[in-house]
Design a protein around this ligand. Structure first.
Ligand code: UDP
Ligand code: MG
Length: 308
């Protein structure tokens, strides 16, 4: 049996060597062959040269290097496409995903689970942050068809047959969290403690996270478009009632007030709603635009192995 570990790396020079040695601690005792595929996602620091060094030194290390930064989703895809194992594990390079979980994951894989998902608990996080994430997940799950669970990220083991299913989804705009859930298969969730990143910094800014959330919601269904229709109907109904009320008022009392406030608030309110939903519709059209271009999701500058 062979296990592939897929590691997307963007500016991770401080972490790679310790990532390799930490991981070895836990996989060397398993009765399996391993390969570690690092994907250098167009890093600007010494990541690629360290990967080259590691690949020279250890023959279970492979690397793929992109021509520029294509984003973590593209790196995940490349890693999955080049992995040769009977199972793959996706991990971050910053050791926030503890390698100590690997043997347990493998155990459940041998028991027949197709996806073994490591769930981070938020014990070490601030209450405010925990609360916010809770609200986000409640909200997101109302909007999409697949289920997102808090603390479940990309750290997981996937069997060969589940991986092949994943690779059959060929959309360009990839949202892995949703795709993993969409493919289904037997799942097992295991928990681990959350670790704070030791070296380097997180690549997610608030704007990134917001865009990520929008991607997640939009790539999984067209419910937002339906909300547009529903609220459009509702507002029209209210508008109609309001006009009837105004007419009755006019018949009973004649012209009373100039009605500045109501006019202006209606315009602002409707204008806002229209802009919002135009934006949503635009997003979907934008997605269609990107999909039809059929551009490759990433471009490889160099890699440490021949085409398989
Ligand atoms: N990463 C990547 N491409 C990017 C951004 C991040 O390959 O454009 C990698 C990064 O090197 C790390 C993983 O994705 O291995 C998770 O990134 P990060 O630690 O910044 O995210 P966080 O843990 O804060 O969610
Ligand atoms: Mg991290």
């Amino acid at each position: 049996m062979k296990l592939s570990i897929i590691v997307p790396c963007y500016n991770e020079q401080e972490n790679l060597t310790s990532f390799y040695s930490e991981t070895q601690k836990y996989i060397k005792n398993l009765p399996i062959v391993t390969e570690i595929v690092f994907i250098d996602d167009g890093s600007l620091d010494g990541t690629l040269s360290i990967l080259k060094k590691l690949a020279n030194q250890y023959n279970d290390v492979k690397y793929i290097s992109f021509s520029r930064n294509f984003g973590k989703e593209a790196a995940i895809l490349a890693g999955f496409q080049y992995a040769t194992g009977d199972a793959v594990i996706l991990m971050d390079a910053d050791l926030q995903h503890p390698p100590s979980v690997i043997p347990t994951m493998w155990k459940y894989f041998e028991e027949g689970y197709d996806q073994v998902i490591a769930k981070r608990n938020r014990k070490k996080e601030k209450i405010a942050r925990r609360l916010l994430t809770n609200i986000f997940y409640k909200f997101a799950n109302k909007l999409v068809d697949v289920t997102f669970t808090d603390g479940i990220g990309d750290f997981r083991l996937i069997s060969r047959r589940a991986l092949n299913a994943y690779l059959e989804t060929n959309e360009r705009n990839r949202f892995s969290k949703g795709l993993f859930s969409w493919i289904g298969f037997e799942e097992k969730i295991i928990e681990f403690d959350n670790y704070i990143r030791v070296n380097g910094s997180s690549k997610w800014s608030f704007k990134n996270l917001l865009n990520y959330a929008i991607d997640g919601i939009l790539s999984f269904n067209n419910k937002p478009l339906r909300i547009a229709i529903h609220s459009g109907l509702l507002i029209t109904l209210f508008g109609f009632c309001y006009i009837v009320w105004l007419l009755i008022n006019y018949l009973l009392n004649g012209v009373v007030a100039p009605g500045y406030l109501t006019t202006i608030s209606t315009i602002i309110f409707l204008g806002g709603i229209q802009l919002l939903f135009l934006g949503i519709i635009g997003e979907y059209i934008g997605r269609i635009y990107y999909e039809t271009k059929q551009r490759p999701p990433y471009l490889i500058k160099e890699k440490s192995f021949k085409e398989q």
